[in-house]
Ligand binder design. Structure first.
Ligand code: DP6
Length: 338
């Protein structure tokens, strides 16, 4: 019986950010968030359950993983095995076509693809909402990448950490321009950065109060199709999150991020509708209506230190793709499936 499946998932960028976890189990965010799933960047993950394996194996971008990345993948696989009532260990091959672990939300697309491929390989017939819950337990933002378009994730007191689609990818005619600032992985994971912020930031309380309000206003703006209002709130959310983290000594922005941010603002002063958002890494993402995207891309590419600008658009949900028949040997998903 075939115990193999390949899934693809796209990263997502939070417009209304989550930062901080609710107390207790399940990796539930402390505040609600709203993201856009991004076409143009893809994680492809193949899971093969194989009774002959002594332990789980994870190959990420051609590199065999040990330690924390393998433990995180195994924890997810353990949940799948428990529900599917199987014992076999898994061989997992995953590939990103964009920089890994540097604030480009690779953990979001990574765990979304892993969760979906593992469920299907184990013949668990879970719907997207249930697979999303599984992904959330590994990385909260991953819950949103199971869905396409604009996606909400609940958070805060009493919330269960459930993600749900708000509007589809076609609802807003926009682009997200990712200003790649480094090819290196970040030094502080978002998990650690959040814990530190919760413990040390004098502004964490203020963030918990304000973030749900920004989320609610942003969600309304999206539902109304008001691009400028949505972008304005997104920039506000990003700056509040970074200010809160920075006050605890957690700094993800670099000189390149700030140079790109001032160019985004200069373009705005010149009449373009350009806004910025940043995550747990130095890459600035410029939010722009499609009609202004070409000019914005050109100007951002000229910012000193910006290595290149990736143009992305609202994208589709995570999905299963064709797999080669399971030959029982290890195979490289990036070579054989894509
Ligand atoms: C800044 O979902 O990566 O991108 O659950 O600990 O893996 P873990 O954190 P993660 O945090 C994402 C933080 C953010 C904002 C957001 O995506 O909402």
């Amino acid at each position: 019986m075939s115990r193999v499946a390949t899934a693809i998932a796209h990263p997502n960028i939070a417009l209304a950010k989550y930062w901080g976890k609710r107390e207790g189990e399940g990796n539930v965010p402390a505040v609600p968030s709203l993201s856009v799933t991004l076409a143009g960047m893809t994680t492809t993950t193949t899971v093969r359950f194989d009774a002959s394996l002594a332990s789980d194996e994870l190959v990420l971008g051609g590199q065999k993983q040990v330690g924390r990345p393998l433990e995180r993948a195994s924890a997810l696989l353990d949940t799948v095995r428990a529900h599917a009532k199987i014992d076999a260990r898994a061989h997992v091959v995953s590939h990103n076509d964009f920089p890994t672990a540097s604030g480009l939300a690779s953990s979001a697309s990574g765990f979304a693809a892993l969760a979906l491929a593992a469920c299907r390989a184990a013949s668990l017939d879970w719907d997207a909402a249930r697979v999303s819950q599984l992904a959330r337990a590994s990385s909260a933002s991953a819950a949103r990448s199971l869905f396409g378009g604009f996606v909400a994730l609940d958070g805060g007191d009493g919330a269960l950490g459930v993600a749900s689609p708000v509007v589809g990818p076609e609802a807003l005619d926009v682009r997200v321009l990712v200003c790649v600032a480094t090819e290196r992985a970040k030094t502080t994971s978002s998990t650690d950065g959040m814990l530190f912020t919760q413990r040390e930031s004098p502004y964490y309380r203020a963030w918990l109060d304000e973030a749900p309000r920004t989320f609610a206003r942003l969600k309304s703006a999206i539902l109304e199709g008001d691009v400028r209002a949505a972008f304005e709130l997104a920039e506000k959310s990003a700056l509040a999150m970074h200010a809160c983290a920075m006050a605890a000594g957690v700094i993800y922005v670099s000189g390149v991020t700030l140079a790109a941010l001032s160019e985004v603002r200069a373009m705005r002063a010149d009449g373009l509708v350009t806004y910025a958002t940043m995550d747990a890494g130095p890459h600035l993402k410029c939010l722009v209506p499609t009609s202004h995207a070409d000019v914005a891309k050109e100007r951002l590419a000229r910012v000193p230190g910006v290595l290149r600008v990736l143009e992305t658009r609202p994208g589709d949900a995570a999905r299963i793709v064709e797999t080669p028949s399971d030959t029982g040997r290890a195979f490289d998903a990036s070579a054989e499936v894509r």
